[in-house]
Design a protein around this ligand. Structure first.
Ligand SMILES: *Cc1c(COP(=O)(O)O)cnc(C)c1O
Length: 373
């Protein structure tokens, strides 16, 4: 039996999204981003499915994430976006992980980690305006000379990352792209070019075909969500996660009765309140209080009263709702759909934070075939 609250992960939708994105960016390659447990969807099941679809390079944020994928039998190369500290480097090199280099110091660390043995595959991230990580060439102008002299590094990739590709105004993103192109031109003249250049994330895939280069990195679109409401929707997508729970309890309350902590909501008539066994400990953020709708039997009902750790309440009025009825929190079902992007917008957040936030208490149920439209 399925647990009360569960996140169904529809691999047919994942495959659909992968193919649509790949079609859009061809001949560039798609690098699926499966960091943060595949944005909360379950990195192992998602990665196996994508490798089966033809993905030959995956990306994560941290060493532990790459190691977990390798341990589960996923053998394609894996890029790690985050910085590897010296204690992680020897294992990372041995596993053949693609190591992101942030500056000259990283080259020294890699030299020590390899001890002149096996070469480290590296991708250089250059700062073009994100202001987070990436080589600052104004501060380390001889970085690429040092890299090309390094006998420990096999230079596989060069990349940069957009700060605003999901915004309607692309002025800043175009500036980043110009700086990246200027660097590529200089490197080409010097004959210092790696085999693989990549820059686009999901926002840029939708709206900046000039930034595709050899490969594009996509996370959120693989899972079926546009990164924001400001991008185009030039790739069709299907939501991969369906988050469901059930009605655990029904109670009839008179008019004027308060519901939940803080007494912030009161019934305005006699009504039926359905109690759902899901709360902020499952990842339904408390800040969604007063901003969330659910679908029960294809009809929309508001979540009322403060969202609590383990439970939240829905005003179902006089509708014929029964204990055990299925409740859709978000995703697509035969009875209708709720967009994760709309839920995120309702609380001033982004779809990334919604799916990543679903906690380990919620069981992921992987669905292979089509069981929703
Ligand atoms: C997370 C991440 C991505 C994926 O971004 P999406 O907007 O989910 O497509 C791409 N590149 C880097 C460096 C990232 O950290």
């Amino acid at each position: 039996m399925d647990p009360r609250t569960c996140a169904r992960i529809h691999l047919d939708s994942l495959r659909f999204n992968y193919r649509e994105i790949q079609k859009k960016i061809a001949p560039a390659r798609l690098i699926p981003v499966v960091k943060a447990d595949a944005y909360g969807h379950g990195a192992i099941a998602v990665s196996r499915c994508l490798v089966d679809e033809g993905a030959d390079l995956l990306a994560v944020a941290q060493f532990q994430e790459a190691a977990a994928l390798r341990d589960s039998g996923i053998n394609v190369p894996i890029i790690i976006f985050g910085r590897l500290l010296p204690d992680e480097l020897p294992d990372a090199v041995r596993a053949g992980f693609r190591i992101t280099v942030f500056g000259v110091e990283d080259l020294r660390w890699i030299e020590r980690a390899t001890g002149g043995g096996q070469k480290a595959y590296v991708h250089v991230n250059v700062e073009t305006g994100m202001g987070r990580v990436g080589v600052q060439l104004d501060r380390e102008p001889d970085f690429f000379d040092q890299l090309s002299r390094s006998r420990c590094c096999a230079w596989e990739g060069l990349y940069s990352h957009f700060a605003t590709a999901d915004e309607a105004d692309k002025t800043y993103a175009m500036g980043q792209l110009d700086r990246f192109n200027a660097l590529l031109k200089r490197l080409r003249i010097l004959g210092q070019m790696p085999p693989m250049v990549h820059m686009a994330n999901s926002g840029a895939i939708l709206d900046m075909p000039q930034s595709y280069f050899d490969a594009c990195r996509s996370g959120i679109m693989l899972y079926g969500h546009y990164p924001s409401t400001e991008t185009s929707r030039s790739v069709p997508l299907k939501q991969v996660m369906t988050l469901n729970t059930v009605v655990a309890h029904l109670r009839r309350l008179p008019a004027g009765h308060n519901v939940s902590y803080g007494r912030r909501w009161k019934t305005d008539r006699e009504t039926t309140i359905a109690v759902l066994p899901i709360g902020y400990a499952d990842g339904i953020r408390r800040h969604l209080t007063g901003r969330l709708q659910t679908l029960i039997g294809g009809r929309c009902y508001p979540v009322v009263g403060t969202i609590t750790m383990d439970q939240m309440m829905v005003d179902v009025g006089d509708a014929p709702v029964a204990v055990g009825d299925d409740v859709l929190i978000w995703g697509d079902s035969e009875n209708g759909s709720i967009q994760v992007l709309a839920v995120a917008e309702a609380m001033g957040s982004i779809p990334y934070e919604m799916t990543c936030g679903i906690s380990s208490r919620v069981r992921r149920v992987v669905v292979e075939g089509a069981d929703h439209p």
